[in-house]
Design a binder for this molecule. Structure first.
Ligand SMILES: C[S@@+](CC[C@H](N)C(=O)[O-])C[C@H]1O[C@@H](n2cnc3c(N)ncnc32)[C@H](O)[C@@H]1O
Length: 277
């Protein structure tokens, strides 16, 4: 079904309302095509082919409610995702810490590997004093935040952790191995804390010198996207840095605020002109 057909399909819009109101998942922030792909996949698993019957099932079946919520959030992540970006983030972190205490926000952090990559960089780079680095990871999914706090990850065919950690000089220093599992060491975990935060509905937890908000915009609608860029802008100190995902773009109405530092790598600087400050 096309975008416009979806938004005028009563069964589909009623279903979204139920998900928003009873399951507290902000469907109105996501694009319909994305929501439909995820919901239809659940419907196929339940052998249901119309939205009305799926809504009836969802009302009473808590297992299905949890399965749907799980499938609605995409948690794909890795250590040092897009390594080229991390070469520049290393320099950004060195520059920031040279002038003192540096606060970093990994917004929509998934299972924490992005936040821990920052902490590992802080230990790995001679120019950086880890004591100057404080990292906050946030996400809307409590289950994934529990995994993040635990800091334990498993290698698989599609998830080669050793390969992911290769941008570090000596990655063995930052992990303890147990078969296919690796646990991030205490010295790395000490730099990072995690908490629940909804980027669409909440104001920033505090202000930061560097904010990473990557690979969330790809499945969010344009109103929510603008709202999140407002949040990110207000989370940055003047001249603070922002990084978004390599395939993501800043909406035209928010571009003035963020001055490209490395456009191709999606690294920007908060450009609060005199009229805004
Ligand atoms: C694909 S992951 C990105 C993880 C990491 N930033 C990266 O680039 O590898 C997207 C994450 O966004 C989170 N998310 C979705 N909607 C959100 C919201 N409104 N506020 C905060 N996090 C959200 C999901 O739970 C998921 O963990």
């Amino acid at each position: 079904m096309g975008h416009s057909e979806l938004s005028s399909n009563e069964g589909f819009t009623d279903l979204l309302e139920l998900i928003e109101e009873s399951l507290s998942f902000a469907t109105s922030s996501y694009n319909n095509a994305y929501l439909d792909r995820r919901i239809s996949a659940r419907m196929r698993r339940c052998r249901i082919d119309d939205y009305e019957s799926y809504e009836a099932l969802l009302r009473d079946d808590t297992d299905e409610q949890n399965a749907l919520l799980d499938s609605l959030s995409v948690n794909v992540t890795s250590f040092f995702r897009n390594p080229k970006v991390w070469e520049s983030l290393r320099d950004v972190l060195a520059e920031l810490t040279a002038s003192g205490h540096t606060r970093v926000w990994s917004a929509a952090c998934s299972d924490g590997r992005e936040a821990y990559s920052l902490a590992m960089l802080a230990h790995d780079d001679d120019r950086i004093d880890p004591a100057n680095v404080e990292i906050l990871g946030t996400d809307i999914k409590p289950k994934i935040l529990r995994a993040a706090r635990h800091g334990e990850y498993r290698s698989s065919e599609t998830n080669d952790l050793t390969e992911q950690l290769s941008p570090l000089d000596d990655y063995e220093r930052y992990i303890e191995r147990d078969g296919k599992k690796v646990q991030v060491t205490d010295e790395v975990r000490e730099l990072v804390s995690f908490r629940n935060h909804d980027l669409v509905q909440e104001t920033p937890p505090q202000t930061f010198d560097l904010v990473l908000c990557r690979n969330l915009f790809i499945y969010i609608n344009s109103d929510a996207k603008r709202a999140i860029f407002e949040t990110l802008g207000s989370a940055l100190v003047p001249d603070g840095f922002l990084t978004i995902g390599m395939t993501e773009t800043i909406p035209p109405s928010c571009r003035e605020r963020f001055e490209p530092v490395e456009k191709r790598l999606r690294i920007y600087r908060n450009d609060v002109g005199e009229s805004n400050s």
